[in-house]
Ligand binder design. Structure first.
Ligand SMILES: [Zn+2]
Length: 233
């Protein structure tokens, strides 16, 4: 007569495979999040370049406003200059106008600088967009592989569950219930073998009587230390 725990060992092997696959499924969202995180660096760098361009554009607009103000001021001074009563007044306006023209010239120098920076910044944005696209491609590939793996794992679990159901239908229901409770409770093994007089689960040394009883198919022997079912082959 075969020991009834022999069949449970086979069942346990399936349950351990199922549990391992279920753990893999549970880990998938975290793995996906890790993969997505790879993109963050490239996204941040692109965002920084876009911000820089925004700043340069806004500075350029500000320069235009200032340039307009100086030009308006020159028009006003010229009108006032024509109404000047004395040479001294006339020269004073001339001086003011020269000052405004100098300011405009300085603004134009700054404008050229900013326009150069605009070109550099646009180039950087294009490079960083390309970098992001490339990394996104890699990430999409990894995500796709993960999705495929998820499908495989789900299918494997389904197959194992079907086989398991078939096997369980041939076993003693109350023994299966005991085993299932123990398996859920221990999280690794419910049935273990006696290994050189020791429990294969908790590795404690077993009394000779227990070692002997574990050989007997008519007896259900439990380890006194860990509560796992013991099978001696
Ligand atoms: Zn034990």
């Amino acid at each position: 007569m075969a020991h009834p725990l022999e069949a449970l060992l086979v069942l346990q092997e399936k349950d351990r495979k199922i549990a391992k696959l279920q753990r893999e499924i549970r880990d998938i969202p975290a793995r996906k999040a890790d993969i997505e995180k790879q993109l963050e660096g490239a996204k941040t760098r692109l965002e920084a370049s876009r911000e820089e361009l925004k700043q340069i554009t806004s500075d350029l607009k500000q320069l235009e406003v200032e340039d307009g103000a100086h030009r308006e001021q020159i028009v006003k001074y010229r009108q006032q200059q024509m109404e000047a009563k004395t040479n001294e007044q006339y020269r004073a306006f001339l001086h003011e106008i020269a000052g405004e023209e100098k300011s405009i010239s300085d603004l134009e120098d700054r404008e050229i600088e900013l326009m150069e920076q605009t070109e550099i910044s646009k180039k950087a944005i294009a490079e960083r967009e390309a970098e992001l696209n490339e990394e996104a491609g890699g990430v999409a590939e990894e995500q796709e592989m993960l999705e495929e793996r998820l499908k495989e794992v789900e299918e494997a679990i389904e197959t194992l569950a079907t086989e398991r159901g078939r096997q369980v239908s041939t076993l003693d229901a109350s023994l299966v219930t005991k085993y299932e409770r123990l398996f859920a409770n221990k999280g690794d093994f419910a049935v273990v073998e006696v290994e050189k007089g020791h429990c294969g689960g908790c590795h404690m040394k077993l009394p000779p009587q227990v070692v002997n009883d574990a050989l007997n198919p008519a007896k259900l022997v439990i380890c006194n230390f860990c509560g796992r079912m013991l099978l001696n082959r």
